[in-house]
Design a protein around this ligand. Sequence first.
Ligand code: AMP
Length: 515
Amino acid sequence: MNLGYQILAVSARRFPQHAALLGPWGDLDYAQLEQRVAQLAGGLLRLGIKAGDRVAFMMNNRPEVVIAYFAILRVGAIAVAVNVMLKRQELAYLLNDSETCVIVCEPATLDAVLAALGEVPSLRNIVLAGAAAPEGVVSLDALAAGAPMPDVAEREPDDIAMMLYTSGTTGEPKGVMMSHFWLEFVSMSWVNLFKLTHDDRALVTSPFFYTIGLVMGVLAAFRIGASAVLLERFKPHAALEAITRFRPTTANIVPTAVAQLLDNFDPAVHDVSSMKTLFSAGAAFSAALRRRVRETFGWESYEIYGLTEAHMLAAGHAGLPRREGMIGVPGANVTVRVVDDQGRDVARGEVGELVCKGDTVTLGYWRRPQATAEAYRDGWFHTGDLGIMDEDGYIRIVDRKKEMIITGGANIYPAEVEKVLAQHPAVAMGVLVGVPDEQYGELPVAVVALRPGASASADDLIGFCRDQLAVFKCPRSVIFIDELPITATGKVARRQLRDQLEARAAARPAGRATS
Ligand code: AMP
């Protein structure tokens, strides 16, 4: 038994000649894909990979990422998905935390991996896809050229199949452990919710280090033998061209990207008539955006709410009467409650923290029993999101309890950035806040108090962050103030700060905070 791998194997048996992957780089049918997976799995065995070892991949959405992912599952190892934007330090932290022994990368990520190499004692091999390998690096093509792995490693349903990293309020990224059972259950649940059939084509533009790309996109499509139209990364023009050319029927896209598709749509050039449904996840999806999607594209769209740690907490309105302002009712086999700070249920319609339990909840955080016990308290995963549930179980998100900024669908944990800001010699104290932005939802802005007598420009501080952090996490602008507002317990009064910034932005219609 190897439930994660079965997602590919069953479709390869049932529909060998059906397209598994389509895209600008060519097509692969299920039989070809599985053959390439078996070849690479053979190569991983020759590198000494055993069941339970951690093998990472750091790639954009190219066919090799799918091949590497299933090859890792086939040998019974744990697939660790790495954000392609991570810088040396962030990457070294993640590879050390997961004790990764092999990483598969591409030309765009090789430099970061080579830079981190000396700091990661567990890392034995770097495998490179898509280019000739320099000395000391293994070529993926050469590795896959030997004998294929003839069988599939046995795994128990509760064994860990993969890990995606996400941060918490501490700002330290943690590996979320997903079991083989979880992959099987969640991918089938998406098939049911999306009403996917073997004839569908799912457009996958989100990267594999987010569940929206890997789990809701590729795994859901493969689970039913449908095709995935794989785009290397989201670019509105390329996505519209891919819709025109490859005729997908469904897609999962973050709201910012949906808005970009609408802004770049040209009916004289693009034909989007193949698409039936759009699922939006990762951040709030407004009714206005849904209306524009229907009026401009003619697609029906649904909002999904969930987390890396817990899927399908509110799974849209598919098959249900729609309630404006609500996301929908909980998805398959998951129970959601709304509780106060003491964990007691609040009355229907009142605001509290959303907590959940069920088959779509993951196993916990890798090697962090304390963080796991805190977040998965008494069997109920605490989302850090504030919401209400109405009499009929429909959910609405109203705010976040946790400190997190969502920009263009990507999460930023202020604590991680603030740690870096604090290392700058001129900074007495710096915090990162999210300011509302029409295009990106929120933008990260640093509010900084400098040390007496010290000086630093906004560019200095932004550059300092960019040297150490993935670009999307870095402040877009810096506001200098004499002193940050502090709460009675000595913490920065973030809400007060955000209110001040909003008032400031409103007073200056030209918009963005500047340095
Ligand atoms: P991630 O772990 O990257 O999937 O991020 C999960 C977080 O994104 C949630 O805890 C929410 O704060 C936010 N989120 C996801 N979906 C929605 C949604 N439909 N509306 C509002 N916030 C959302």
